[in-house]
Design a protein around this ligand. Structure first.
Ligand code: 4LI
Ligand code: NI
Length: 187
C-alpha cells in the first residue's frame, strides 16, 4: 500500500522531467503501479484509512510523484452533487493525451493543492474549461472522453506532472488572484 512517504516532494528532479510513454502489453509492475496509485486516492478519501495512515486527501496522482517517470495518471473524483456514492470520474490512464480543448478557461476559486507540495501556494491556476482526452487502460484499450470543469482541471494538473510542470508555474507572482473576467471560477 502506498503512503505519503512514497510521494516525492517539490525539489526532486523527477518532478521536473518529461515522463516516458508506457509500452503495451504492460509489465506487471506498471499494472500494479497504476492500481496502487488509484488505491492511494481511494484510501486518502476514506476518513478512517486517511487518519490511520496519515494520508492527505487527493483526487489525482501522477506516476512521477512516486518517482516513476512514466506517463500514468490515476483519478478518483467524487461526485459532489447527489449523495449516490458513484464517482464523477474513476480511472487509471496510461499514455493520456489531450487532443482538443475549449477556448473557455476555468480555474478553482480556492486555488490548487498537490500531494508533492507541502505548503500552500495561493493563486488562480487558469486552465481550459473543457478538454477531450485519449488514453489507454491497463488492457491497452483506447478510450476517448470529454471532461469539463473540476474533472478537466484535475486531469490537466496531472498531465502537467507528466511534462515536469507544477501547478504554481501557472500562478502570476505579481497578482496571484488575477484572472480575466471570461475565466470560469469553479468552487
Ligand atoms: C479529503 C477527503 C479548498 C482549498 C478547496 C480531501 C476527500 C483548496 C479546493 C479531499 C482547493 C477529498 C483539492 C486539488 C484543491 C486548496 C489534488 C479536498 C482532495 C479537495 C482534493 C489535483 C488540484 C487536486 C478545491 C490551495 C492533492 N484538490 N483541492 N485542489 N479533497 N481537493 N487539486 N483546491 N487550495 N490535489 O488546495 O488532488 S488538481 Cl476528495
Ligand atoms: Ni500534483
Amino acid at each position: 500500500m502506498l503512503t505519503m512517504k512514497d510521494i516525492i516532494r517539490e525539489g526532486h528532479p523527477t518532478l521536473r522531467a518529461v515522463a516516458e510513454e508506457v509500452v503495451f502489453p504492460l509489465s506487471d509492475d506498471m499494472i500494479k503501479l497504476g492500481q496502487d496509485m488509484h488505491d492511494f486516492l481511494k484510501n486518502s478519501q476514506d476518513p478512517v484509512l486517511a487518519k490511520k495512515y496519515e494520508l492527505r486527501g487527493g483526487v489525482g496522482l501522477a506516476a512521477p510523484q512516486l518517482n516513476f517517470s512514466k506517463r500514468i495518471i490515476a483519478v478518483e473524483i467524487p461526485n459532489m452533487e447527489e449523495e449516490n456514492g458513484k464517482p464523477l470520474l474513476s480511472a487509471v490512464m496510461y499514455n493520456p493525451k489531450l487532443v482538443s480543448h475549449s477556448v473557455q478557461q476555468a480555474c478553482l476559486e480556492e486555488g490548487e493543492g498537490c500531494l508533492s507540495v507541502d505548503r500552500p501556494v495561493p493563486g488562480y491556476v487558469v486552465r481550459q474549461a473543457r478538454i477531450t482526452l485519449t488514453y489507454q487502460d491497463a488492457q491497452g484499450t483506447q478510450h476517448k472522453i470529454r471532461l469539463k470543469n473540476y474533472a478537466a482541471i484535475v486531469v490537466q494538473h496531472e498531465l502537467d506532472h507528466l511534462n515536469g510542470i507544477m501547478f504554481y508555474d501557472h500562478i502570476n507572482d505579481k497578482e496571484p488572484f488575477f484572472a480575466p473576467d471570461d475565466v470560469l471560477l469553479i468552487n
